[in-house]
Design a protein around this ligand. Structure first.
Ligand code: GDP
Ligand code: IMO
Ligand code: MG
Length: 425
């Protein structure tokens, strides 16, 4: 069975935990888009791992992990992540980590222009400043440097020379910065190539070979549907296709090979960075959601506090559509344990009209008000519950309401960050 797992909101839904759970019955775990803007948390026993680039499946023994062509890779960050895992006794090497030759490389000038653009007062997106946007810009502009280029001095030479001619003009004339030195970059990136050469492969052939051998593959989405460059709250999005289709283009596996798509949905909503968020809360209620439970809502990549709000079904229903979701996994249900009342947004009000289908107009998203349905809280701790039927009645009603409003079954319920704090229905 080949499964794609995606975030249904604005990222940080708890994908890392669910990936770790599903990896148990999977042979291969694949990242297909994004880069080290992601931060996926997996808790094993008392240990916490935060993965940015390497698939979360690496934490289980005897799994093979792939970083597909759709991912953008900062080689320095990748080498650091490999080292971090090895220091913590996780087995990582070219035998269980395969990196696509065609994945685009994040260069220092991408990180620099990401930061410089963010410092402009107009149009701030609140990016992670990891160089993600500028790298995808070069990829689409056909001037990207690919992982395979790090293995060829001739290829890297002409591409880097061509790119620096333009980028140094931009840095100097537009931003008043110093230019970037060709010699230094050349030396540094050829060195990364040497260190990573055994990992860099034809992942399309290798992955399809495994699929033809009936191995089980899990495609690990990063970010969330509302951050998708086509389907999200554009322009306040990331620069890749975070939705299920990205799993095919980002790995070279055809859509006929995908059996199932699972969406991960937090029991409420969070967002990091700028952009519209209709159900966002402020003040005491937002703080309560942010600080409840064992791990608060602070970014795993940048440490920024996450914006918090109620569950938005207009958003999740859009995710059901654009990903073709078969089922949902709900996470952080335990965070709602103490609340007297819980609210679910099922439509927006804009001027005199009600909107149930996700609006693509930024104008509407920024100015609509959510229309809520009230649900009574269960006021019972859920973190130790292991069986679906043992959940408090009001929690079951909340679950059933979400299933009704999305038309999709919830098959996995997470009531804490640990592996055992999971209920399968
Ligand atoms: P990801 O980016 O989608 O993998 O999510 P993050 O790792 O950025 O954020 C999710 C956070 O919630 C992490 O700190 C997880 O350890 C934690 N988490 C996941 N599931 C649950 C849950 O059911 N309850 C609680 N309290 N925390 C959870
Ligand atoms: P995971 O995989 C939450 C957000 C940034 C910013 C926007 C664009 O952990 O869910 P970028 O650096 O990608 O150009 O920033 O996207 N963002 C995320 N938000 N979780 C993530 O990943 C994110 N990756 C990017 O905060 O608003
Ligand atoms: Mg995250």
């Amino acid at each position: 069975m080949n499964i794609v797992l995606v975030g249904t909101q604005w990222g940080d839904e708890g994908k890392g935990k669910i990936i770790d759970l599903l990896s148990e019955d999977t042979d291969i775990i694949v990242r297909y888009q994004g880069g080290n803007n992601a931060g996926h948390t997996v808790i094993i026993g008392e240990e916490e791992f935060i993965l940015h680039l390497i698939p979360s499946g690496i934490l289980r023994p005897n799994k093979e992990c792939f970083i597909g062509n759709g991912v953008v890779i900062d080689p320095k960050a990748l080498l650091e992540e490999i080292q971090m895992l090895r220091d913590r006794n996780v087995d990582v090497g070219p035998h269980n980590l395969h990196i696509s030759k065609s994945a685009n490389v994040i260069m220092p000038y991408h990180k620099l222009t990401d930061r410089l653009r963010e410092e402009e007062a107009i149009g701030r997106i609140g990016t992670t400043k990891r160089g993600i946007g500028p790298t995808y810009l070069d990829k689409a502009g056909r001037v990207g440097i690919r992982m395979v280029d790090l293995l060829s001095e001739t290829q890297l030479t002409w591409k880097l020379k061509r790119n620096l001619k333009e980028i140094n003009l931009i840095l100097q004339k537009i931003y008043g910065e110093k230019g970037v030195s060709y010699d230094q970059l050349m030396e540094e990136y050829l060195e990364y190539g040497k260190k990573l050469q055994d990992y860099i492969k034809d992942t399309v052939s290798l992955l399809n070979f495994h699929i033809n051998q009936k191995k089980n593959v899990l495609f690990e989405g990063a970010q969330g549907t509302m951050l998708d460059v086509d389907h999200g709250t554009y322009p306040f999005v990331t620069s890749s296709n975070t939705t299920a289709g990205g799993a095919c283009t980002g790995t070279g596996v055809g859509p006929t090979k995908i059996d199932k798509v699972i969406g991960v949905m937090k029991a409420y909503t969070t967002r990091v960075g700028e952009g519209p968020f209709p159900t966002e809360l402020e003040g005491e209620m937002a703080d309560k959601l942010r600080n409840a439970g064992p791990i608060g809502e602070y970014g795993r990549s940048t440490g920024r506090p996450r914006r918090c709000g109620w569950l938005d079904m207009v958003v999740v229903r859009r995710s059901v559509l654009v990903n073709g979701l078969d089922s949902l996994a709900i996470t952080r249900l335990d965070i709602l344990d103490d609340l007297d009342k819980i609210y679910v947004c099922n439509k927006y009000k804009y001027k005199d009209t009600y909107i149930e289908d996700f609006p693509e107009e930024l104008e509407i998203l920024q100015n609509c008000t959510p229309v809520y349905e009230e649900v009574k809280g269960w006021k019972t701790p859920t973190a130790e519950i292991k069986e679906f039927t043992k959940l408090p009645q009001k929690a079951l009603e909340y679950i059933s309401k979400i299933e009704d409003l999305t038309g999709v079954p919830i098959n996995i319920l997470s009531v804490g960050p640990k592996r055992l704090q999971t209920i399968k229905k």
